[in-house]
Write a protein that binds this ligand. Structure first.
Ligand code: SF4
Ligand code: SF4
Length: 447
């Protein structure tokens, strides 16, 4: 199954794919950012000097699209203030001097239930602040709240990942396949969709076999489950492209839930949902592929949120050679770090360290109107035009050129022979339009 445009990229998994998942060293200090997802940041619910226990709520949700923030360690709150965010420049965070890990911390109850209503699932996702990493890192409970049994026709669970150097989804899917399948079964039993599609890219051959075996062991329970093999092209993991590939029709954001009655989640979200349902465990960890030819010991790491990127790099043996950039969450759609002081947040999936000799240093040249960006854009846009509009400062015209359909995948920048950073121009235009709208709204309210 395929979609228009996109790119077949080298996966570069050779450094880490056969390595085990290892636990990061318990951090001595963490900085827990109050912005852990794309909704409204939480507000601090503790004061400096307060003693907190693992899983305590330290940030309270505000607004409809928000969720609480839990302590990833026990310890004493040192400070509350602005800290570096791995995606944006700065954000409020809470630093905690961590106690040495104790066994009492790890004790969690176990819920024996094997069936949950959709309200119970939604409640567990909200209480444990599970993030939905398919839909732009929004809180999961926001996505599933209000859903009724049989209102969803297709439940699609994505195992897809095809950005270079990243395979954390494949790693955790091998290790926690039982948990992920149980969690999908609970959701399927609660929502009763006509079909449950498990979308796996062609290159994950071992995972396809493992899931196939699992389905074969219990055909009765999994009767509406089907493995769907999807292309290895980037950005197949995008939910609209995934739905379009599987349903064989072009799916827009508004039609996804309303017309097609389609709910898409990914395997890592399903794993955290399992922990929330069975143990009541808040999401305080992320699974990372730490890779690239600029890191001494590439590794698959399970780390606490709030641990610093510099600590993780140190645990992986530090840099080797001259390093040009450290990128969080993918070379195509991730964020290059201007400092290693940023702490980890829930949606983080990778740290990639690129040595100087692997990057071309030449700058942008003029657009030669080759239209390669147009041919490759998976959303059918004209990226060259969007870039021109953005750089001419006429941001308001970008709406008419379809800027809101852009999924910021980075394909146009990657393919451009003139090395024009088109995606950056598009992101800038979106930001400028948003700021203008906010200013207008504020002016209207003050009249
Ligand atoms: S215009 Fe947007 S969606 Fe199209 S290739 Fe560029 S970044 Fe991707
Ligand atoms: S790929 Fe680059 S050079 Fe070619 S049309 Fe697009 S912006 Fe211009």
């Amino acid at each position: 199954m395929d979609f228009h445009g996109g790119l077949k990229l080298p996966l570069n998994h050779e450094l880490t794919i056969d390595k085990p998942l290892t636990l990061a060293r318990p951090p001595k200090k963490v900085c827990v950012l109050l912005s852990q997802h794309s909704g409204s940041p939480a507000v601090a619910a503790v004061e400096p000097g307060a003693r907190v226990r693992l899983f305590d709520v330290i940030g309270a949700s505000i607004g409809a699209v928000s969720c609480d923030v839990h302590a990833p360690v026990s310890g004493v709150v040192e400070s509350i203030g602005d800290f570096v965010h791995p995606y944006y420049k700065y954000c409020q965070g809470i630093t905690i001097a961590a106690d040495p890990p104790s066994e009492a911390d790890q004790t969690l109850g176990f819920n024996e239930a094997e069936r949950f209503s959709i309200e119970e699932i939604c409640d567990a996702a909200r209480k444990c602040s599970v993030i939905d990493t398919v839909s732009n890192n929004r809180p999961l409970h926001v996505k599933i709240s209000g859903l009724k049994p049989e209102a969803v026709n297709y439940l699609i669970v994505s195992f897809v990942q095809n950005e270079p150097y990243i395979h954390n989804m494949e790693t955790i899917s091998h290790i926690y396949l039982d948990e992920i399948m149980s969690s999908i079964s609970y959701l399927s039993a609660a929502l009763m969709p006509a079909f449950v599609f498990l979308a796996v890219p062609y290159h994950m051959i071992k995972l396809i076999t493992a899931i196939d075996n699992k389905l074969a062991q219990n055909r009765a329970s999994y009767k509406n489950f089907k493995i769907v093999r999807v292309t290895d092209k980037y950005p197949q993991a995008n939910e609209l492209l995934l739905a379009s590939s599987i349903l064989k029709t072009r799916v827009t954001q508004s039609a996804l839930a309303n017309t097609h009655k389609c709910l898409i989640l990914d395997a890592s979200t399903m794993f955290h949902l399992y922990e929330a349902l069975k143990f009541g465990k808040p999401q305080i960890e992320c699974h990372l592929t730490v890779s690239g030819y600029g890191i001494t010991k590439p590794a698959n790491i399970k780390a606490r949120i709030g641990a610093f990127i510099s600590d993780i790099i140190e645990q992986c043996g530090g840099f080797c050679g001259n390093v040009n950039s450290v990128v969080v969450d993918g070379l195509m759609s991730g964020y290059s770090q201007f400092t290693l002081d940023a702490p980890l947040i829930k949606p983080n999936r990778s740290i990639t360290v690129i040595p100087t000799e692997r990057l071309s240093s030449s700058g942008e040249e003029r657009c030669m109107r080759c239209k390669k960006c147009v041919d490759s854009c998976p959303m059918g846009l004209d990226p060259a035009r969007l870039n021109f509009i953005s750089r001419s400062g006429a941001h308001e015209k970008a709406e008419g050129a379809g800027i809101y359909s852009c999924i910021e995948c980075g394909v146009c920048s990657y393919i451009c022979p003139s090395r024009i950073n088109i995606t950056h121009s598009i992101i800038l235009s979106k930001k400028m339009i948003m700021e203008t709208n906010v200013r207008r709204r504020n002016n209207d309210e003050s009249i």
